[in-house]
Design a protein around this ligand. Sequence first.
Ligand SMILES: NC(=O)c1ccc[n+]([C@@H]2O[C@H](COP(=O)([O-])OP(=O)(O)OC[C@H]3O[C@@H](n4cnc5c(N)ncnc54)[C@H](OP(=O)(O)O)[C@@H]3O)[C@@H](O)[C@H]2O)c1
Length: 325
Amino acid sequence: MRAIALSQYGGPEVLSIVDVPDPVPGPGQVLVRVRATSLNRADLLQRMGHYPEPDPKPAHEILGLDVAGEVVQAPSGAFQAGDRVMALVAGGGYAEYALVPERSLLLMPTGWSYEQAAAFPEVFYTAYDALVQLPAAVGDTVLVHAAASGVGSSAVQLLAAMGAFPIGTVGSAEKAARVLTLGAVRAVNYHDEDFVAVCREFTGGRGVDGIVDLVGASYFERNLQVLARRGRQIVVGTVGGVQATVPLDLLMGKRLAITGTSLRSRPPEEKMALAQAVKQHVLPLCETGRLAPVIDRVYPWTEARDAHQRMESNLNIGKIVLSIS
Ligand SMILES: NC(=O)c1ccc[n+]([C@@H]2O[C@H](COP(=O)([O-])OP(=O)(O)OC[C@H]3O[C@@H](n4cnc5c(N)ncnc54)[C@H](OP(=O)(O)O)[C@@H]3O)[C@@H](O)[C@H]2O)c1
């Protein structure tokens, strides 16, 4: 089969389509003909050699955490050849075929295109799981950093759907306008406004109940300032750095709870359980049209270099998809 496999690390120019051996399904694995995959921030890091695949490492390092396509071969009657499916995978999405553990595979919502389905797993699983861990409750005001990103746009939609009030930080007026259409009650363009002041004003001085932080160190201290008493924060991303100073007086005085999460480092059983939780709690809202992944652009996979360049330039609103013909 053909795949985008890394033979060296570096800029987008290292991405090219090469021939690799066809995957052979093992016990409990479904063979999927991949029709679309999508970019995640982790792909950029992996391409540069900063984010190795979890063990056991495959013979060929193929990028891609999302797949959408049709079942070719399934180990039991749970799926049939031709079923339109999607999945979060540990790697190997930028390829014509992928292997997926049966319990990680989900049927695509009715009427979705392969491009929509490929834009769903990683970002919606991450956002859903972060909100469960936070936890976010009905009526909470929750600050979402990088709200126009793939994960951010998913978190904003989930919060609005559950009856919470998301406030999103973004880096442009266009992104601000878009997150408002997704259900944010307020958008903060950080080039023009300070999110601490905006959130304090919005909450009548109380502060926000929760923060879904996709940025990390550069926001950490201000996050503690803007959290309400007994506020909660979950660190999901670190595009703004990993080393932060913790004002312990704020942590203690407000009795704050800070946690973090990573999907990639979890054992396969936990990822399968998350897929099943998403199937139960999130997919019904996709079926009704209440939730849908935000698609920035679809590129043919032959243009993966341009797609990576666009994400690296922080231009995307929502997901960049690669269609695999
Ligand atoms: N923990 C997990 O399991 C997990 C899973 C998936 C993703 N993530 C993380 O979640 C984040 C979002 O991922 P994604 O794939 O959705 O990303 P994405 O669509 O590429 O969006 C990332 C956005 O972050 C903003 N940004 C970049 N550098 C920044 C900086 N230095 N300070 C403030 N904002 C910055 C930019 O938006 P603006 O123009 O609005 O600033 C950029 O478009 C990433 O940090 C990623 O690593 C974590």
